[in-house]
Design a protein around this ligand. Structure first.
Ligand code: AMP
Ligand code: GLY
Length: 423
């Protein structure tokens, strides 16, 4: 079948790599893709906000599967657009309905959903213009650190954690009164700070049943030792040593099953990936956030460790028969190290010539912010390239990625040299 994958990051490059291996994949298109994704399919230029243009492309190219990589199109309702159109209804959409995407699209929605279904998460309160003054009083009495979250999508920048109550109040005011995060921040969730190690767990749900994909740990801070500002992710590892046995049983019983069952009970159509951003608090899992798509850079280690055919899995999801499927996770470990541009996650330079890509060995290079100009690969984003390697264990995998990280060059190249340091 012909497939259209939406997105241009390292995540989409890894998904394209995986989809292209399927005997069921005839033609693969990536919109817009990057300099790396063209090794697995055809990059096409399509405005992702223009569902009409996506429709026209799908009809012209006889697309059978639409795979939205990121959250924006899902939260904007691409599933509903396809399923309400007689000409597009037959196309499988690997992602939830607009209502289902609210798990990511609205922190207030997801917190209430977890409360309704008794899913462990940090205690919280919700504020907006109508109870703004009450919110200021609430913050004064709050234990520190305080976690403030803009309700809507804020490209990973909508969470502020501070131990300074005055700063919390000023961020709170900026979010609600000055629209610091646009409409996304007009509603604010204030939550209890949880201490523990984070892990990303991924399920593919068919609306009633689910399968778990390999778990991963993402390194979000820009600096070594988990210091400096949050980024989209500087690297990832899989497996995560503590996410096994009794801990994962708790994750499934207390979090994954009630989430899938809760969506079904509420009549919310959800056939797609659920990303559980969890924190392990003394052996007890809590949900920090839900996402309605795969993670980036987690996908760059999850896809390499997934042994099943991804197209077949998505077909089984569409047919509602995931209870008949066994997912095989590779025994090998995988890691990814992200090369980023100087200045990232703040302003960064673009258009730097990349060299040495062809000199690497023993790693998968998943391009993120790269573009092609007259056969030269140029940087075009903050996160530039994910270097993924396998190993018998994480140490071996990491050594291979770091070897290749040295061989690739572009002006201002940065990366964390301590990915997987705790394991
Ligand atoms: P989110 O966008 O909700 O994933 O939050 C971004 C990051 O902030 C998370 O990955 C955590 O590192 C941190 N964070 C969010 N909520 C909490 C919390 N309740 N307690 C501790 N850390 C948190
Ligand atoms: N790596 C975190 C995310 O994709 O949201």
């Amino acid at each position: 079948m012909n497939i259209l994958l939406l997105g241009s990051g390292g995540r989409e490059c890894a998904i394209a790599w995986k989809l292209a291996q399927s005997p069921e994949c005839s033609r693969l298109f990536i919109a817009p893709g990057n300099a790396g994704s063209r090794a697995y399919g055809t990059n096409v230029s399509l405005p992702l906000t223009d569902f009409g243009a996506i429709k026209a492309f799908c009809l012209a190219e006889e697309i059978g599967l639409l795979f939205p990589g990121g959250e924006d199109t899902l939260v904007a309702g691409i599933w509903d657009f396809f399923k309400n159109d007689p000409e597009l209804q037959h196309i499988i959409v690997a992602g939830p309905s607009k209502d289902g995407a609210q798990l990511e699209g609205s922190k207030a929605f997801s917190k209430k959903f977890m409360q309704r279904h008794d899913i462990p998460t940090a205690a919280y309160h919700e504020f907006d213009e109508s109870n703004f003054e009450e919110g200021l009083v609430y913050l004064e009495q709050h234990t520190t650190p305080i976690v403030l979250k803009a309700d809507g999508l804020a490209a990973g920048k909508g969470v502020v954690i501070t131990s300074d109550i005055e700063e919390a109040k000023s961020v709170f005011a900026a979010m609600i009164k000055e629209s610091r995060f646009g409409d996304a921040g007009k509603k604010v969730v204030v939550e209890q700070f949880l201490t523990g190690v984070e892990v990303s767990v991924f399920a593919l749900s068919d609306g009633r049943n689910y399968v778990l994909l390999p778990e991963a740990k993402d390194y979000k801070r820009v600096g070594e030792g988990d210091t400096g500002p949050n980024t989209g992710g500087m690297g990832a590892v899989s497996p995560v040593p503590f996410a096994q046995g009794a801990f994962m049983e708790k994750v499934e019983e207390r979090i994954v099953k009630p989430t899938v069952a809760g969506l079904a009970a509420e009549g919310i159509v959800y056939q797609g990936f659920i990303f559980f951003g969890l924190i392990n608090v003394d052996g007890e899992p809590f949900v920090i956030e839900y996402n309605c798509r795969m993670g980036d850079p987690e996908t760059e280690v999850v896809m390499p460790r997934l042994e099943n055919d991804l197209v077949a899995l998505i077909r089984d999801m569409d047919a509602g028969r995931l209870h008949e499927v066994t997912v095989q996770h590779s025994d090998k470990a995988a890691c990814t190290v992200m090369l980023v541009s100087q200045g990232y996650p703040d302003d960064y330079a673009k258009g730097k010539v990349m060299s040495g890509l062809e000199t690497t060995e023993g790693s998968l290079l998943f391009h993120a912010g790269t573009t092609l100009k007259e056969e030269e690969v140029l940087t075009s984003g903050g996160r530039v390239l994910a270097i993924t390697s396998y190993g018998a264990g994480l140490k071996e995998a990491l050594a291979q990625s770091y070897l290749n990280a040295e061989k690739i060059n572009f002006e201002g190249k940065q990366y964390r040299r301590d990915i997987g340091y705790e394991f």
